[in-house]
Ligand binder design. Structure first.
Ligand code: ADP
Ligand code: MG
Length: 356
């Protein structure tokens, strides 16, 4: 059982670098939480404060309701898997996995039992006598995870554990780590800069930027209801289209003018957006939320710049004059570069943001 709670946590390095600003995160027992954001946004710092490897400048950290700020790392019942695996090169896989237990003075039989069990879970029983240099990247990664599993910690922390693997292995290990989480049912906190990893693995995503939490929610919630321009642009690929617009009132309805085309603001947004009339807003629409209109009457009139046929779908890069737009569409039409096309945005799925 392990809940983890960060309350108004701040980290200031050397009195100068404010790396984490007022972070509040509540993690439930058994949850898989992913901290995601660009490099330098404070993910590793947050994880290291939870592990006790970094002092908390301000705020409180609770594990299972007990304040942990002053508890040394070894007494927190947490295991961390690092990006570079940090395996001891001169030790066998077995000894690498056993090491943490040996220094904690576990009896030999107990160590052996735990190492064998972890090796079985990770399917590395054949590798126990090898040295790290005799392993592939993926195998090393498994050993690093094995070293955490044998500790049977309350909480697992992962810092970009897949970033040194090639793309194919990364996808495979993603699935393996998810399966491991299902199997162990332990609380896991996972750091990555890769939004696809976050979307595919997380129960709950914490999006960070410049030390500040932007939004917390399930993958689908963030995808469908991004809180701001940053989250909207960070989650999803190809990214959401952002079009600078001005709102005006025409015949009693709100209209967003993108310069080269206009869209009606759906009734559900009207009350919120009324106060923005005459002001700039950003109209956001995801690439899949536009429908090809063969009749030529779609609001978005554009020229095809690039066609990327991917089999099941086509990515189109369009220009409307002032705006560049990416569209994901089923392969229902043989789009040609230079062709004039029209699309209809699904305005039920439109977003409106404050400009940055
Ligand atoms: P991330 O893991 O998201 O890439 P980090 O947590 O490593 O980000 O870093 C957050 C910020 O804190 C960055 O500006 C980084 O340069 C700074 N930082 C990290 N570690 C230290 C340190 N030991 N001393 C001073 N500044 C640091
Ligand atoms: Mg980092």
């Amino acid at each position: 059982m392990a809940t983890v709670e960060l309350k108004n946590i701040n980290k200031i390095y050397g009195g100068k670098v404010h790396a984490v600003k007022n972070a509040n995160i509540s993690i439930e027992d058994g949850e898989f939480v992913v901290l995601v954001g660009p490099s330098g946004c404070g993910k590793t710092t947050t994880l290291r404060m939870i592990a006790g490897l970094e002092d908390i400048t301000e705020g409180d950290l609770f594990i299972d309701g007990v304040r942990m700020n002053d508890v040394p790392p070894k007494d927190r019942d947490i295991a961390m898997v690092f990006q570079n695996y940090a395996l001891y090169p001169h030790m066998t896989v077995y000894d690498n996995m056993a090491f943490g237990l040996k220094i904690r003075k576990f009896p030999k039989e107990e160590i052996d039992e735990r190492v064998q069990k972890a090796a079985k879970i990770l399917d590395i029983e054949e590798l126990l006598n090898r040295k790290p240099k005799e392993l592939s990247g993926g195998q090393r990664q498994r050993v690093a995870v094995g070293r955490a599993i044998v500790r049977e910690p309350k909480v697992f922390l992962f810092d970009e554990p897949l970033s040194n693997l090639d793309a194919k292995l990364r996808v495979q290990m993603r699935a393996e780590l998810s399966a491991l989480h299902n199997r162990l049912g332990k609380t896991m906190i996972y750091v990555t800069h890769d939004q696809v990893e976050a979307m595919t693995m997380a129960d709950k995503i914490v999006v960070m930027r410049d030390g500040i939490i932007q939004q917390i929610g399930s993958p689908l919630h963030l995808y469908n209801n991004p809180a701001n321009l940053f989250v909207a642009g960070f989650i999803g690929s190809p990214p959401m289209n952002f079009l600078s617009s001005t709102l005006s009132e025409e015949n009693g309805r709100l209209v967003a003018d993108e310069g080269d085309f206009k869209v009606m603001v759906p009734a559900e947004f009207e009350s919120v957006l009324k106060e923005y009339v005459g002001k700039p807003v950003v109209f956001g629409i995801r690439p899949e939320d536009m429908e090809f209109d063969e009749s030529g009457k779609g609001e978005i009139q554009a020229t095809v710049d690039v066609v990327e046929p991917l089999g099941a779908e086509i990515h189109l890069y369009l220009s409307t004059g002032n705006n560049q737009i990416i569209v994901r569409t089923p392969p229902q039409h043989d789009f040609k570069v230079g062709e004039k096309v029209t699309f209809r945005p699904n305005l039920e799925r439109a977003h409106f943001f404050d400009p940055e």
